[in-house]
Design a protein around this ligand. Structure first.
Ligand code: SAH
Length: 509
């Protein structure tokens, strides 16, 4: 078998938008993805369905997989002819042991490529408004680690040799040793009033910045409870963030919000919240896959011309219906003059992608409103209606149309199953860190959350989330499940929901 290739890829500082195009392309094509603690779970979504993802992360004090094992693992997978992506936080050649891995690969005779990433200091600089060089202020930039190999007897870092003027100094891995580092710097002659900025979880929605002066920063970070990962920037430039910060000014910056990805408008909601600065954890509680009984498909498509109405109850239904449709027909005109209804705007948008217009969209996206809207057309009596849906029924809709004397056929095109969350990176992130709030936008989202609650137990110290609902129907489902409703959107719409979240959780509230 041909030997595979190993791509040593920098994933950037965390914010998913800061991944390079090359990195994204390689993740999409990877057979094996080997990733670290600092790699954001969102990246794993780019991986294809057959890609094997292996977590080899280390968290301070807990070494899960040794460096030698990682190197062996990479080589083994490549020897099996696989395209292996070794994804590392930031840049692979900055404090990432990238050179050790490259040497091991070279020794084993495996082909490799190195893809740079935005290193944490550069991310921290941009997202805290702290330029690392400034004309007239500094011309030197120093990158230094605050934590060396614990097995090394003598320190390689000569704090006394660091430039004290006209320089910006970025310290990686410095949080646990900060008091010692500051003592060294002050002993070396750094002025007490040298500006310093500590950027925790740089570029992420929950980034925090602690700013101060060398002489008093140890006290400040104590009350701030600064944690790793953080970049510590020292020098005149570190004072600039007060003026130039922009990310921290976003209304939801610093908030971690959970959106359950099984919900209809999840990605639109996540995008809106991310643009407002929030860190969004998308929990994939359920997996949806195409599931069509071939005989039913044949019957439906043979009879397609005899239906009066084609009714879609979700965007997924539209996608899987048209996939099957185009496998059977190769011309959209085979749909005929059938009238079309969609449960809501997102479902309608999905249909319109095929240049097919939608006649009925109820104001509220639920089965009852859809039934009302269809009955209002006055065309249900003796009409043949094909309802495209998933395996989890829309009994209300069938019953209501049946009562209106329509002849209803159900066409199931997909099935819904719970995701295995035990090792899922987003679920892991939630268990470890918790969140400010969980947002529910549908009763099915509530149900799948409750079904999976056993895999989402918060660890000690994790933040207990508040619960937010998009409207009365979702709230009722939450209450039925014994969940509190801490906030409900004024009107059952995404915009009203987001407005409510800003009012309740936004900056300065
Ligand atoms: N190769 C990585 C560095 C790995 S060393 C890079 O190029 O960024 C791990 C250290 O990187 C952490 O202790 C912290 O100092 C820094 N770091 C990584 N991601 C960070 C982030 N999002 N915010 C702040 N610091 C980060």
């Amino acid at each position: 078998m041909a030997k595979g290739v190993i791509y040593l890829v920098g994933a950037g500082p965390g914010n998913p938008g800061l991944l390079t195009l090359r990195a994204k392309e390689l993740i999409e094509k990877a057979d094996t993805l080997v990733y670290d603690y600092l790699v954001h779970p969102t990246f794993l979504q780019f991986a294809g369905p057959n890609c094997e993802s292996i977590y080899v992360g280390k968290k301070a004090g807990r070494h899960s997989v040794s460096q030698e094992e990682i190197e062996r693992l990479l080589v083994n997978h490549a020897m099996q002819g696989k395209a292996v992506v070794r994804l590392k936080g930031g840049d692979p050649f900055i404090f990432g042991r990238g050179s050790e891995e490259v040497r091991a690969l070279q020794k084993a005779g495996v082909d490799f490529e190195v893809v740079p990433g935005i290193t944490a200091a550069i991310g921290a600089s941009a997202y805290s408004g702290t330029p690392l060089t400034q004309r007239g202020v500094n011309a030197t930039l120093v990158i230094v680690t605050g934590h060396e190999d614990p097995e090394k007897a003598e320190s390689m870092i000569d704090w006394k040799s660091l430039p004290q003027e006209n320089a910006a100094i970025c310290i990686y891995m410095g949080v646990s040793k900060l008091p010692g580092i500051i003592d060294e710097l002050l002993d070396a002659g750094f002025a007490q009033d040298t500006p310093i900025a500590c950027v925790e979880w740089a570029t992420m929605g929950h980034q925090r910045v602690c700013r101060g002066k060398l002489g008093t920063i140890v006290e400040s970070v104590k009350s701030f409870k600064l944690q790793a990962p953080s970049i510590i920037i020292i020098g005149e430039n570190a004072a600039m963030g007060e003026e130039l910060s922009w990310f921290e000014k976003k209304p939801l910056q610093g908030r971690r919000l959970v959106v359950t990805r099984s919900q209809g408008q999840a990605s639109e909601l996540s995008q809106k919240l991310e643009l407002l600065g929030a860190e969004v954890i998308g929990l994939p509680l359920i997996e949806i896959s195409k599931s069509i009984d071939p005989e039913t498909q044949k019957d439906v498509f043979d009879e397609l011309g005899s239906y009066d109405w084609l009714v879609f109850s979700s965007p997924n239904g539209v996608r899987f219906f048209f996939e099957a449709f185009f496998e059977t027909f190769n011309d959209i005109r085979s749909l005929g003059f059938i009238r079309i209804a969609a449960v809501g705007q997102s479902t309608a948008k999905e249909i319109e992608k095929f240049f097919v217009s939608v006649e009925v969209i109820p104001e509220e996206a639920n089965a009852d409103s859809l039934a009302d809207a269809l009955v209002e057309t006055g065309s249900m009596d003796s009409a043949k209606v094909l309802v495209v849906a998933g395996n989890l029924g829309r009994e209300t809709l069938y019953r209501r149309l049946d009562e209106a004397r329509a002849i209803v056929d159900k066409f199931v095109v997909y099935k819904t199953e719970p995701t295995d969350l035990s090792d899922h990176p987003s679920a892991k992130m939630f268990r470890e860190q918790g969140a400010d709030a969980i947002i529910f936008t549908s009763s099915s989202g509530v149900k799948s959350f409750v079904d999976q609650v056993g895999s989402l137990k918060l660890e000690e110290g994790a933040l207990h989330p508040k619960t937010i609902s998009i409207g009365p129907i979702t709230s009722a489902s939450m209450q039925e499940q014994g969940m509190p409703v801490d906030l409900q959107a004024k009107e059952a719409s995404l915009d009203s929901l987001v407005e409510g979240i800003i009012k309740r959780f936004g900056k300065g509230q």
